[in-house]
Design a protein around this ligand. Sequence first.
Ligand SMILES: Nc1nc2c(ncn2[C@@H]2O[C@H](COP(=O)(O)OP(=O)(O)OP(=O)(O)O)[C@@H](O)[C@H]2O)c(=O)[nH]1
Ligand SMILES: [Mg+2]
Length: 206
Amino acid sequence: MIKLLDARFVTTAVDPQGYPPGHAVEVAFVGRSNVGKSSMINALTGRRKLVRVSNTPGRTRTLNFFDIDLEREGERYRVRLADLPGYGFAKASKAERAQWEKMITTYLEKRDRLEVVVSIIDAEVGPTSEDHLTLDYLQDKGRRILVVATKIDRLPKARRKPRLQALAQELSLPLEALVAFSATEKLGVEEVWDALLGAFGDAARL
Ligand SMILES: Nc1nc2c(ncn2[C@@H]2O[C@H](COP(=O)(O)OP(=O)(O)OP(=O)(O)O)[C@@H](O)[C@H]2O)c(=O)[nH]1
Ligand SMILES: [Mg+2]
């Protein structure tokens, strides 16, 4: 069982000079614009309004950092979460898109305390060509990746398991490596934290 102790906004950044200092273990959330990155952070932290969420794609335009304190099985942890702008936001100008892409890739390549990248896929839509490119890119950079299929609530219960199996196959992942999530139904919260703490728990211990 995960017990959330505290969640707080740290800072907003656009370039490495603005990244928050300190040694906190960091997790970043990447995915298509509007896929539900910011909503996932709210759900994971049990806070409705820690991060701004919107129906309009392109809501998050900077890197936003949050510090989370939590407890599991009597141990305390501190994890820093980085909410990133989404990719593939159609309405942005070419120049804006290039600027965001630079902001995101610089962060993903340079941030040395970044331990895990959560790659978020829409469970219903499935991985897009951009999602595949992003996963290949992250793998190429040697990043540890956790793939989470979100908005699973949009599928009737009977279709969820077969859908996950199909997604896992499409992503060439074992089924256990794919976490099903819903921010609206708060599904998968415990599983994501377990996967993250399983990956770096000791390093994040308080
Ligand atoms: N049904 C359902 N809707 C969701 C879920 N997660 C997010 N949404 C909705 O999807 C929309 C986008 O959510 P955000 O969390 O802002 O998405 P984002 O990926 O941060 O978007 P950008 O910041 O624009 O890249 C909002 O209308 C959310 O309410 C979910 O698990 N289920
Ligand atoms: Mg967002």
